[in-house]
Design a protein around this ligand. Structure first.
Ligand SMILES: Nc1ncnc2c1ncn2[C@@H]1O[C@H](COP(=O)(O)OP(=O)(O)OP(=O)(O)O)[C@@H](O)[C@H]1O
Ligand SMILES: [Mg+2]
Length: 365
């Protein structure tokens, strides 16, 4: 493995902004049995990112962005005056969560890696994201949003939903504002109005947020890691998610169960293929829609874009992740580091490349 040394030319003071997954979530309920903290990073990931930055010859200031430490966070940023923050903080508590630390950095006049406040807030609303994609002719599945229980009967009697279900095709129901497969279970793929009603009800009451009802795309699934900015934004080798090795009878989706419960380092489920075996026209088509999504949503430095094919093999963007998951242990099958490895970049090089992209963008390189 490369040491990551000489990856950048300038030594910087880099504040690493992160949220650490609390021990208690796993201890009480089994490793990841609760999805409450699914988005926050584990200590190994945080340590690996810090180590990568140090190996890139940077001075690293660690900043745990737990909301209870807000005063300390501001003091540390003001006292240490980092040249830039490396932002992997997922934030807490609201739709603003991924944008919270970037907003604070903007307020304090401190630069940071990855996307800005607006992109982070928009992409956490899957419907707003899809509206922007749709307006810009980037294919994304048809959808409906249900905000309150009182809207439920009207929403479910929409013609396209009834026609889809009548034709024997399922729809999928997801929380509007989550990531890391939170709230997306086997039971989220529904085939009847009654099942749809139960699922929307669960999203509205358990997750306390609107439910997104979306056309279920029955084809292959890919996730696409992107690095860089503007015309130079680069698509890394495409990762395919194949669901053949999930437990018999399970739904062909990357559900919470598939992501966090069934796939464990000691008992791995073969889900990923990288590079995805793709005919050139389909590969080019996927790359084209991902570059377009990245551009119209104004992603910065890096992002991971999820794509799925319909029954006819046409690709659609499902969602955009501007703070991609980056588990360092290859056995944990984290897609962005996997795509980077396939492109010849080890973990340290990937982290320093993201930093370099941000430094270049800010004119600090
Ligand atoms: N419209 C759809 N058609 C088919 N499958 C879908 C659709 N939307 C979501 N899925 C399945 O559900 C999974 C999770 O959905 P999605 O990517 O929207 O959630 P997420 O929690 O934001 O994911 P991430 O972990 O990437 O942040 C997808 O990987 C896919 O397998
Ligand atoms: Mg996803």
């Amino acid at each position: 493995m490369s040491t990551g040394e000489n990856l950048t030319t300038t030594t910087m003071k880099v504040a690493l902004l992160y949220n650490e997954k609390p021990e208690v979530a796993g201890a009480a309920l089994g490793r990841y049995a609760s999805d409450q903290y699914a988005e926050w990073d584990n200590p190994e990931t945080i340590a690996a990112v810090a180590e990568a930055l140090r190996r890139g010859q940077h001075e690293v200031v660690m900043i745990d962005c737990h909301p209870a430490r807000i005063v300390e966070i501001i003091q540390t940023l003001q006292q240490t005056k980092p040249d830039i923050c490396f932002n992997i903080a997922e934030g807490a508590g609201a739709l603003s969560r991924e944008a919270q630390m970037p907003a604070l950095c903007d307020l304090l006049g401190i630069k940071y890696t990855a996307s800005d406040v607006m992109t982070l807030a928009i992409t956490l609303d899957k419907a707003r994201t899809k509206e922007i994609l749709h307006y810009n002719h980037v294919p994304t599945p048809d959808f409906e949003v249900v905000e309150t229980l009182s809207q439920l009967p009207g929403a479910l009697s929409k013609t396209w939903i009834l026609e889809t279900l009548d034709a024997g095709k399922p729809v999928i129901i997801k929380p509007l504002h989550e990531g890391s497969s939170k709230g997306i279970f086997e039971r989220s793929v529904v085939s009847s109005v009654a099942e749809a009603e139960a699922q929307v009800h669960e999203v509205l009451t358990v997750y306390r947020q609107p439910a997104l009802i979306e056309v279920f795309l029955s084809g292959r699934e890919f996730t696409v890691a992107m690095l860089g900015n503007g015309e130079d934004a680069e698509v890394l080798p495409i990762v395919e998610l194949s669901f053949d090795h999930l437990p018999a009878g399970s739904k062909k989706i990357y559900s919470y169960e598939a992501k966090w419960l069934w796939d464990e380092p000691e008992n791995p489920v073969e889900v990923f293929k990288c590079p995805a075996p793709l005919e050139p026209p389909l590969k080019e088509n996927i790359e084209r829609i991902c570059k377009a999504a990245y551009r119209v949503l104004r992603c910065r430095d890096w992002s991971r874009i999820d794509v799925r094919l319909d029954a006819e093999g046409k690709p659609f963007v499902i969602e955009v992740n501007p703070l991609p998951g980056i588990l360092p242990n290859p056995d944990e099958h984290s897609c962005f580091p996997m795509a980077a490895r396939m492109a010849g970049m080890d973990y340290n090089q990937l982290i320093n490349r993201v930093l370099d992209e941000a430094l270049k963008r800010h004119g600090l390189a």
